[in-house]
Design a protein around this ligand. Structure first.
Ligand code: ARG
Length: 581
């Protein structure tokens, strides 16, 4: 049960019965727990229409709420606030239901959607770097959350496998290696691209050759096509092991190249519908002309946007935007998705605004959302790079994280594990640390990547959560109890620590839905962190295995719920649980 949703509905209905109006109860968690668990602020807004004082309205609502099973007390305070205190009996019953439910009380959505999540999307011939890490990790967690609440999700890796870089690569291969691609690996490919880009800027004749090679590729020339396939294969061989390490699998790998046959017809349609027009031999979308040409202005800042969006260049080449427009059509028409999420760097927000405006104008029945995110910075606040000034590679970053996890575990060695086992666990801990560090951020902010804080066994970190989960499991191991078999009629919330812990546990279903709905995994990490802190306090004050009778059963139930929420939470975040560490 989503407790807040339930309470809101309950209060709403009560207001309806007492005052005959349908009003948002404005239910909020209280800042000061001494006042209660929730506050209702509706009386202020209602006072006017009811021609009464907020205080009187609040009293009528409070009166009507007396006797509701959810509340131990309902009190009017100040000018018209209502403070609600949840009843421990009611909380204890909801917690007992949660314990008996495989879904931990998390309901399914009433209207499941079919959603494409576009994430990761690295570019061929370039190493996958930390910018793509955020997309991959965030996308993966968002997909798990959406699936868990009942949506049908298709995860798609929109690989950057088409475009001008291939003309340069092929021309450079001929220039610097006599056209020989044998023995080429990803760093060779990168070097080729670097040298080619430099040469193209210095030597117009080379730049022209690169353009011709690209044109030949696009026209289906067999030799260039074979080279392209080789470049793609090389890059995939490089990135697949990284996805493997991250535990990420895509349902589809429809890169940019996949949409090439659809680009001509797409541009044709844009012209026919008057959305685009020719300009100096190119085909462009002038958003600032929409009002005049189409009768309705382009949305938001695009209405006055003077810079045209080119969808076909004078030389016939198509662009990133053209591909993305065709991609929307494919996702709507062929994949039958009713929503697509794009987990892509914030810096591309204008691009997506433009693509979405055009798609909407075309009338496809699909909701489009840019799920943007900020940059990953180094200690100086600059985009994270290695010492050589190259963007740090993802593989190097994961190696370092695993190494550090191993070192910290070795020095702490809480569970007294052998060095061999530790090396194995360090993988899950290192990767989990990197993921958690990313997911706990508000996704829109830039964040500083700090290796020293990554493996923090006390703070809000992946290893800390894995440790908390392992600790719970060790309690059950020690007691010889199977937490999955535990059932109670009602969890007893007698001491303040039990009550506080119960209060946090109750929020899980609500948090899962909110995190999924807002595409904000950090809401879940915040919950897990709050949970593990409450659990520590509880565990310090309330003996579990050493208590007796109904108290023992109830404390075991609380402990089992903590373990289950941590386990489910980590699973949804894509972080492996460990038995010991
Ligand atoms: N390849 C792009 C990049 O590295 C990301 C692709 C995002 N997805 C999309 N449909 N545009 O910037």
């Amino acid at each position: 049960m989503r407790v807040e949703q339930h309470l809101e509905a309950r209060v709403r209905q009560t207001i309806q019965e007492a005052l005959g109006v349908d009003a948002d109860p404005l239910l909020r968690p209280t800042k000061d727990p001494a006042l209660g668990d929730y506050q209702l602020n509706a009386a202020f807004a209602l006072a006017k229409s009811q021609k009464s004082s907020p205080r009187q309205i609040a009293e009528r609502i409070a009166q009507a709420l007396q006797g509701a099973p959810e509340f131990a007390s309902v009190e009017v305070a100040g000018g018209g606030f209502i403070n609600l205190r949840l009843s421990e009996e009611w909380m204890g019953e909801v917690l007992a239901q949660m314990l008996g439910d495989q879904r931990l009380g998390v309901p399914l959505v009433s209207r499941p959607e079919r959603i494409v999540v576009d994430y990761s999307g690295p570019n061929i011939a370039k190493q996958m770097h930390v910018g793509h890490l955020r997309s991959t990790i965030l996308g993966h967690a968002i997909i798990s959350l959406l699936r868990f609440i009942g949506h049908e999700v298709i995860g798609d890796n929109h690989l950057g496998d088409w475009g001008t870089q291939f003309g340069i690569l092929i021309a450079a291969l001929r220039e610097f290696r006599g056209g020989d691609s044998s023995g080429l690996d990803i760093s060779g490919l990168e070097a080729l691209y670097r040298d080619g880009t430099r040469k193209a800027s210095e030597d117009p004749a080379f730049a022209e050759r690169a353009r011709l090679e690209l044109a030949r590729l696009q026209q289906g020339d067999a030799e260039n096509r074979a080279l392209w396939e080789r470049f793609v294969a090389l890059t995939r061989a490089e990135i697949e092991p990284i996805y493997e390490r991250l535990g990420v699998r895509f349902d589809l790998w429809l890169g940019e190249s996949f949409y090439q046959p659809m680009l001509g017809p797409t541009v044709q349609m844009l012209l026919e519908r008057g959305i685009a027009r020719e300009d100096e031999g190119a085909v462009c979308v002038f958003f600032n002309e929409w009002k005049e040409r189409l009768g309705e202005a382009a949305p938001g800042r695009l209405a006055n946007h003077k810079e045209p969006l080119i969808v076909k260049k004078r030389d016939g080449a198509y662009l990133y935007s053209t591909t993305d427009i065709a991609t929307v059509i494919y996702r709507s028409e062929e994949l039958r998705a009713n929503r697509a999420l794009y987990v892509v760097d914030m810096r591309q927000s204008l691009h997506f605004e433009q693509v979405f405006a055009i798609a909407k104008r075309l009338g496809y029945p699909i909701e489009l959302e840019h799920v943007g995110f900020g940059a990953v910075l180094d200690a100086e606040g600059k985009p994270l790079k290695t010492r050589e000034g190259k963007a740090i590679t993802l593989a190097a970053l994961l190696d370092e994280a695993e190494k550090r996890a191993f070192e910290v575990m070795k020095s702490e060695n809480i569970f007294e594990i052998s060095v061999d086992e530790m090396a194995l666990i360090a993988r899950a801990v290192g990767i989990g640390a990197v993921k958690y560090a990313d997911l706990k951020q508000n996704r829109l902010s830039d964040y500083v990547f700090d290796f020293d804080k990554l493996i923090d066994l006390k703070g809000n970190s992946g290893p800390y959560m894995q440790y908390a989960g392992a600790r719970v499991r060790s309690i059950f191991r020690k007691g010889g109890i199977d937490p999955l078999g535990l059932r109670v009629k009602r969890v007893l919330l007698q001491s303040p620590e039990e009550r506080s812990l119960g209060r946090v546990l109750l929020r899980f279903p609500e948090i899962i839905h909110r995190a999924a709905q807002a595409r904000e995994p950090h809401q879940l990490t915040d919950h897990l962190y709050a949970l593990s802190r409450e659990f520590s306090l509880f565990f310090e004050r309330c003996p579990v295995l050493r208590s007796e009778g109904a108290t023992r059963d109830s404390r075991l139930a609380l402990t089992a719920l903590v373990g289950a929420q941590i386990q489910k939470g980590l699973e949804l975040l894509g972080i492996e649980a460990v038995e010991r560490m």
